[in-house]
Ligand binder design. Structure first.
Ligand code: FAD
Length: 387
């Protein structure tokens, strides 16, 4: 293999370049990214950047030392066997890493709506978060909660409109109800079970015909994998780029990583597409091994964190209707956790709020698949690893 092309210069893209060199690949590497920036981290965009604590989140990676031909502002437009078509002409490859991430969904309507995916989005939004501004956030998911946190810190008047009956519903189901009080305490007007019909000039029109007045509208209702450029390439696509457990796609010499990859998980016996930083960090090493001919398997326990309304929220695992065990009282304590426990008493997922040890120990227990004593689990004074 002489030439590897990496498409998408986000975290998964730059980690792929690092992994190639770390595994001794001595050929040419070309990294293309449609943004004009050097690769940067996205989690701080809705945290320290929006809060005005930092302006740059560039990934600490020495592209010169990696001897990578980095082409910023170049987008892939199409793929045929052995060739990536780009906005700057064609690139022939022997190996290809697809790391094009995901793009935010926008809602109907001709009013201005902000999304938060890029550093440009974050800096533009930050400039608008000034005291007294009426901000409407659509979606009480991870991004919506973090935007609301920053907007309240900037003394904006904040309304969060959520179609589901609880915040974080897609990720946590009914457990998200334990975060409702955080909104009230922060002075956010949270409207649950409220669907938005359109984003209009001056605010939102809701499905019941009423309006929410706002000078700034932020839409945080999820993302879609950025795979349009692969249409017609012959690559199997279904909710992202379909891969096996080695992160190999249906085309030879092509792997996919990060938010755009729908990989087969041996652990869960199903396809997963996980839009988490930890996935973009860890998957490239396995994908690159596969590209270079090794059969490493990507099979992590997914991990995610969020910082909202003064709480460190961490989640590991994957749940699907298992029994819930609370550790602590969310109504009374700032520190609590929820465990999802299967019928055979194995932990499948853990949500830790200001309890980082529960997260670390819980993640290990999930990885090992050990059976737990559920009664001890319900006692927050007992360390998870001792349950
Ligand atoms: P991306 O970071 O999306 O990078 C893909 C890159 O590919 C982009 O630069 C894109 O412009 C480029 N690209 C797309 N199409 C093309 C094309 N056709 N040609 C060339 N380039 C292309 N995760 C957590 O675990 N915890 C958090 O607290 C957290 N907070 C977040 C906050 C925000 C505001 C956002 C947006 C995400 C957050 N995430 C968080 C998710 C995490 O950042 C993502 O999972 C991670 O960035 C995915 O990395 P990636 O490299 O796969 O994709």
């Amino acid at each position: 293999m002489n030439h590897v092309v990496v498409v998408g210069a986000g975290l998964a893209g730059v980690r792929s370049v690092e992994a190639l060199r770390a595994r001794g690949f001595g050929g040419t590497i070309t990294l293309i990214g449609e943004e004009t920036h050097r690769p940067y981290d996205r989690p701080p965009l809705s945290k320290s950047v929006l809060l005005g604590e930092t302006d740059s989140t560039v990934v600490d990676s020495d592209l010169d030392a990696l001897e990578v031909d980095f082409r910023a502002g170049v987008a892939a437009k199409g793929l045929r066997e052995g060739v990536v078509e780009t906005t700057e002409g064609e690139l022939a490859y022997d190996g290809l890493v697809i790391a094009t991430g995901a793009r935010p969904i926008r809602l109907r309507g001709d009013g201005p709506q902000h999304v938060l995916r890029t550093i440009d989005d974050a800096l533009e939004l930050r400039a608008l978060l000034v005291p007294g501004t009426k901000v409407a956030v659509i979606g009480a998911g991870w991004i919506g909660a973090e935007v609301a946190t920053a907007a309240r810190r900037a003394d904006c008047e904040v309304t969060v409109v959520e179609a589901a009956g609880v915040p974080l519903s897609a990720a946590l189901g009914p457990v998200g109800a334990h975060t409702v009080s955080w909104y009230a305490r922060a002075g956010v007007d949270l409207r649950l079970g409220t669907a938005v019909a359109s984003v209009d000039q001056g605010g939102l029109t809701l499905a019941d015909g009423s309006a929410v007045e706002a000078g700034v509208v932020v839409t945080g209702v999820g993302v879609r994998p950025s795979v349009e450029w692969l249409a017609g390439s012959g690559l199997e696509l279904e909710n992202g780029v379909v891969t096996d457990e080695h992160l190999r796609t249906s085309l030879p010499g092509v792997v996919a990583v990060g938010d755009c990859a729908a990989w087969w998980s041996r652990r869960y016996g199903r396809r997963m597409r996980v839009e988490h930083w930890d996935t973009a960090l860890g998957a490239p090493d396995v994908a690159v091994a596969a590209l270079l001919g090794d059969d490493a398997v990507y099979d992590p326990v997914p991990y995610f964190w969020s910082e909202q309304f003064g709480h460190m929220v961490q989640y590991a695992g994957h749940h699907d209707g298992e029994r819930l065990v609370l550790r602590g009282d969310p109504a009374a304590d700032a520190k609590w956790a929820v465990c999802w426990v299967a019928d055979d008493h194995r932990l499948t997922a853990v949500l830790a709020v200001n309890r980082p040890r529960d997260l670390v120990q819980g993640r290990r227990l999930i990885e090992r698949g050990r059976r737990l004593d559920v009664e001890r689990l319900a006692d927050p004074a007992v360390a998870l690893r001792d349950c």
